[in-house]
Design a protein around this ligand. Structure first.
Ligand code: NCD
Length: 324
């Protein structure tokens, strides 16, 4: 089953949200528009809508996370769903239970949706292939493969700051592209939204071999890579995923690729600075840049709630179709 047929129902509506690849411009725009309608909800004093009342959502996290897990939890609560957080690293996996057994047990408790984070690429797809027909699966990050809700909250943030025309934008993604599920999902999303110029900027050792086929321009020099950029997305050096000596030292990385106020002179004067977090201050960028007026790093976190509300409510729609 390809990505599109696994994620979309017969009417082209979202059933699972596993990766951006296989989706289309119209669906991404629908996610962004739906998120826009929820952004208002999260700003009200009474922050709830009853859309998913009576539904049970399980956050199934096999890998540590703070930002992503909490924003998924808040999103589910603001949709009035019941939420359960299960941290598998401390639970059944330690006792040797297989992933399928864990799933079957949770399904027996009449769960409606799984939000899955796992260190292995393909884990969310595997779960989606094995759940009962009424259950939806949302990928909250699988290995180096995909992190689609992060990419969509980044697109939402760009659209809010720069407007809806991605065609006129130069977007530079700077940092550890090789190990980044976020970069992969962002590149697919930026391409589907017809972004004018997508660049990846990194040392040769941190660029994936197939980068040329991703529809991006590859730069190994920071000044050239961010020249005229409207948006710069910085990514964390993923030390825990690096094997062997891909980098001489963090200090040398900072010297060559760390973004400082001074180096930003090459970008557009109104450049927007983004980072999915967690930030390594003094490695990817200076605190002056991270906390400066052009940074939208905390807005990204806030937007994560509305975007996750959008994806969860859209994926739950297909259940209505099953009953009709
Ligand atoms: C990212 C992740 O976990 O993939 N963070 C996040 O979701 N906020 C990026 C990272 O870990 O560097």
């Amino acid at each position: 089953m390809n990505n599109a047929s696994l994620q979309l129902d017969a009417h082209g509506r979202l059933r699972h949200f596993l990766c951006i690849k296989g989706l289309n411009h119209q669906l991404l725009t629908e996610i962004l528009d739906t998120a826009e309608s929820f952004a208002g909800v999260t700003e009200q004093t009474v922050k709830k809508v009853p859309l998913l009342r009576g539904k049970t959502i399980v956050n199934l996290f096999f890998e540590a996370s703070t930002r992503t897990r909490t924003t998924f939890e808040l999103a589910a609560k603001r949709l009035s769903a019941d939420v359960l957080n299960i941290n598998i690293t401390q639970s059944s996996a330690v006792k040797g239970e297989t992933l399928l057994d864990t799933l079957r047990n949770l399904e027996a408790m009449h769960v409606d949706m799984f939000v899955v984070r796992h260190a292995d690429s393909g884990a969310a797809h595997f779960i989606a292939r094995n759940v009962a027909p009424h259950v939806s699966v949302i990928n909250a990050g699988d290995g180096r493969h995909a992190h689609p809700t992060q990419a969509m909250l980044d697109m939402f943030t760009i659209r809010r700051v720069k407007g809806p025309d991605f065609g006129r934008l130069r977007v530079a993604i700077v940092g550890d592209i090789l190990h980044s599920r976020v970069a992969r999902s962002q590149i697919h999303a930026l391409n589907l939204l017809n972004t004018g110029d997508i660049r990846i900027v990194a040392p040769k050792t941190l660029v994936p071999a197939h980068a040329g086929s991703l529809g991006v321009h590859v730069y190994h020099d920071l000044d050239a890579g961010i020249e005229g950029a409207d948006v710069i997305i910085m990514l964390r050096l993923q030390r825990e995923r690096m094997q062997g000596a891909l980098l001489p030292s963090e200090h040398e990385y900072y010297e060559l690729f760390g973004v400082t106020e001074e180096k930003l002179a090459a970008a557009c004067p109104d450049v927007t600075i983004m980072h999915p977090g967690p930030i390594n201050r003094g490695v990817e960028m200076d605190s002056d840049v991270a906390d400066g007026p052009r940074s939208v790093i905390l807005e990204q976190v806030t937007h994560g709630i509305a975007v996750r509300m959008a994806v969860m409510s859209m994926a739950m729609h297909h259940r209505k179709e099953l009953k009709e």
